[in-house]
Design a protein around this ligand. Sequence first.
Ligand code: FPP
Ligand code: MG
Length: 306
Amino acid sequence: MEALEQIKEKIQSFLEALDSPLTLELSKHLQSGKMLRSKLVLNIAGVNEESILLCAVIEMIQSASLLHDDVIDNALMRRSKPSINAIAGDKNAIMLGDVFYSKAFCELVAFSKEYPQIPHIISDSVVKLSLGEIEDVYLSQGFNADERKYLAMIEKKTAALIESTAFAAALLAKKSLNDAKKFSLYGRNLGMAFQIIDDILDITSTQEKLGKPILSDFKEGKTTLPYIYLYHSLQEEGKERLKKAFKQEISRDEMMWILENLKKSGAITRSFRLAKNLGEAGIESISDQSCNKLVSIMQEMIDRDF
Ligand code: FPP
Ligand code: MG
């Protein structure tokens, strides 16, 4: 059986062991995503019982965080389908997320004996992920024009779990601590670049490709990197105009003005360049590890259009 299928089966077996038909019924509506974190683990640690278990745990944590995130963002679509909160309401989405991440932690304990660092490093990164989400919500209350705050937030919200996943996979692969740190750095850069590309695609992609409406971020109050760069490129009048549109139901004309300026000002190109630089730094950090597949994972992630 293909490794990604094995991971899905493992998750299903964890859910079935809960003996909760309600949970099974709700989880049927979940769509599996790109499984980027699993691909990372499989390419660092190979396909074996331990790596499949690690992937299942990480994917369950990832799903839990998205279940909660869609409630927080009031997002009604995920991966081209209605989100669980849209189908079954916020309460069910939150509780299903709770089941997913607590079950994931129960299973994570299995690594304690042979790899005591793994449960610690993964749970620590889930704390960071949660703190990152708090910062995201906080920053969304007003117009954030501070690039450093945005980067610090995505480092926690998105990069922390990918970083710890790569580190844990390197430990499974019996890498030395020094080498494991190189994979960890690769994971951090992959995570940062991933979120920046995600934020660019929210502007440049289409609903069909993304599986959710485009331009959701600005409406939700998220001044992602392209908007921050756009803001600083504008004259006083333009700055005011952009701020006025923030978090509002704006006219088509106003949206077109923002889109045009995002392109004209070079804000999108500049954001893309940063993602690319982070990607290159990530590739550089594992240059002595002969891991060509990780080079292509990074490149494909940056060049994706969904
Ligand atoms: C997606 O961001 C959200 C995250 C990367 C992290 C969400 C984290 C939590 C809700 C903390 C709770 C954690 C657990 C384990 C229950 P986004 O809104 O920018 O991306 P999107 O466009 O895919 O929604
Ligand atoms: Mg969201």
